[in-house]
Write a protein that binds this ligand. Structure first.
Ligand SMILES: [Zn+2]
Length: 117
């Protein structure tokens, strides 16, 4: 299991098919939330709210599909442990699960890099 130490300028790896998987998962979550909302709206709200809800729901799904990206695997810049970053809604930092220090995500032409904030 021992991996040779990696250089500092190595971009995080994009996991295969993760982009599609994350988008599908997000669409499924949005779909369930939307259906629950519509069911509630149908019973408790006037009909025009159902249409507004349906619109918001569709806009939500589309924007979710555009803002969700792939899952990246890299090394924590603080402790060197494996760190997984799922690109979603433009978040640019996350916490290391190992040392719980913040990791900044830096996008460059060579790829995505994990850095100390
Ligand atoms: Zn760490």
């Amino acid at each position: 299991m021992a991996r040779k130490p990696t250089g500092t300028a190595k971009p995080a790896e994009l996991q295969r098919f993760s982009r599609t998987l994350n988008k599908t998962r997000m669409a499924a979550i949005m779909g369930v939330v939307g259906l629950v909302f519509l069911a509630v709206a149908r019973f408790f709200l006037p009909p025009q709210w159902v249409q507004i809800g349906l619109m918001a729901f569709l806009v939500g799904i589309v924007s979710a599909l555009f803002s969700v990206g792939g899952t990246y695997l890299g090394n924590c810049p603080n402790c060197g442990a494996k760190a997984v970053y799922a690109h979603a809604f433009g978040s640019r930092s996350f916490k290391c699960r190992h040392c719980s220090k913040p990791i900044a995500v830096h996008r460059a032409t060579e790829g995505l890099f994990f850095r100390r904030p």
